[in-house]
Write a protein that binds this ligand. Structure first.
Ligand SMILES: NC(=O)c1ccc[n+]([C@@H]2O[C@H](COP(=O)([O-])OP(=O)(O)OC[C@H]3O[C@@H](n4cnc5c(N)ncnc54)[C@H](OP(=O)(O)O)[C@@H]3O)[C@@H](O)[C@H]2O)c1
Length: 310
């Protein structure tokens, strides 16, 4: 089968095409013929030997976690041959999704809604589940709460806006001016162009901040949150300065990490099926063109998601 492998961590040029045997499945796993894969910033970090790379000892490394495709073999009563499924498999382990066939634990996947294609389904894995876990589990967004989502035009941000609106929140989001129309079309109530305006000069009384950006943005966000509010960082650590300032103001600051979860995939499938959330795909690459797909994602300017077709 076609795969993209890494023999050594490093730049995008280390991503190499390889023809490998189709993997074997064990109990409670299915074999999936992949129709679409999506890529995430953590793929780049892992390619560079960071994050999940530390726990992956097997070689070669096959990156990727987000897949949508058809079950060709099953060792579980939950899914049968021919089922169309999607999910984030084995995160934060060795996902091995950059391939024509992927082994998926049945606890990490769910049936793909019939009203969306595999591209939209593959997009709605890691980015969507991250938004879901942070807005409904680590913090529970409630109706009429005022929330700030940094980076609303990115993979996580564009699902977070839609999920927060579905939960009844008032949503303020940041992006550059070129993505204003896009984030407003997702339902955001207010947009702030982070390149032209300091968000702390124009908003206040925020209940919850989802920070998809650096720790300095988290620190600046402390001045717009209500006493007793919460900030979640998904891309940066909680610095000593943030700890000190947040304690003084009675603000909870969390750093969270997404985990594979089939139940959450089922909850996202329901939202996709009922048109409560929609995947936005900005670019599609062939599996063989993975180096260019990584280069594009590495610009940090992706709108919605990048999809790969094996
Ligand atoms: N901890 C976890 O569980 C977890 C899970 C998923 C992702 N993450 C991390 O979360 C981060 C976001 O992931 P992602 O998939 O959403 O990334 P992404 O899709 O690559 O994000 C790109 C978006 O970020 C926006 N952006 C860049 N700089 C910005 C700034 N200063 N302020 C506001 N927006 C800005 C860009 O908008 P403009 O082009 O308009 O600037 C672009 O649309 C990554 O670092 C990723 O590794 C963590």
């Amino acid at each position: 089968m076609k795969t993209i492998i890494l023999n050594e961590f490093g730049p995008a040029s280390n991503l190499q095409f390889a023809d490998l045997p189709i993997p074997q499945i064990s109990t409670d796993e299915v074999l999936v013929k992949v129709n679409a894969i999506s890529i995430n910033p953590v793929d780049i970090a892992t390619r560079n030997g960071k994050g999940p790379a530390v726990g992956i000892t097997e070689r070669p490394v096959i990156l990727g976690w987000d897949v949508s495709g058809e079950v060709t073999e099953s060792k579980s009563s939950r899914f049968k041959k021919g089922d169309e499924i999607f999910g984030m498999v084995n995160f934060p382990g060795h996902g091995k999704a950059y391939a024509e066939y992927v082994v998926a634990p049945v606890d990490h996947i769910t049936l793909k809604p019939a009203n969306i294609g595999h591209d939209e389904a593959a997009a709605a894995c890691m980015a969507a589940i991250t938004a879901w876990q942070n807005l409904t589990e680590h913090f529970q967004v409630k109706k009429n709460q005022k929330i700030l989502i940094h980076g609303g035009s990115g993979g996580v941000g564009h699902y977070a806006i839609q999920i927060a609106k579905h939960l009844g929140a008032y949503v303020i989001t940041t992006s550059s001016e070129k993505n204003k129309k896009f984030v407003l079309s997702l339902g955001a109530d207010e947009h702030i162009d982070y390149k032209a305006v300091n968000f702390e000069d124009v908003i206040s009384d925020i209940d919850f901040v989802l920070n998809t950006q650096s720790s300095d943005i988290a620190e600046r966000s402390l001045s717009v949150i209500k006493q007793g509010g919460t900030i979640i960082n998904i891309a940066s650590l909680t610095t000593d300065a943030i700890k000190e300032k947040s304690e003084l103001k009675g603000i909870t600051v969390l750093r969270t990490s997404v985990k594979s979860n089939g139940k959450n995939m089922q909850q996202l499938a329901e939202l996709l099926e009922n048109n409560k959330i929609k995947s936005h795909i900005s670019e599609i690459f062939a599996l063989e063109d993975m180096q260019n797909a990584h280069s594009s994602l590495e610009t940090g300017m992706t709108v919605g998601k990048i999809i790969i077709k094996p």
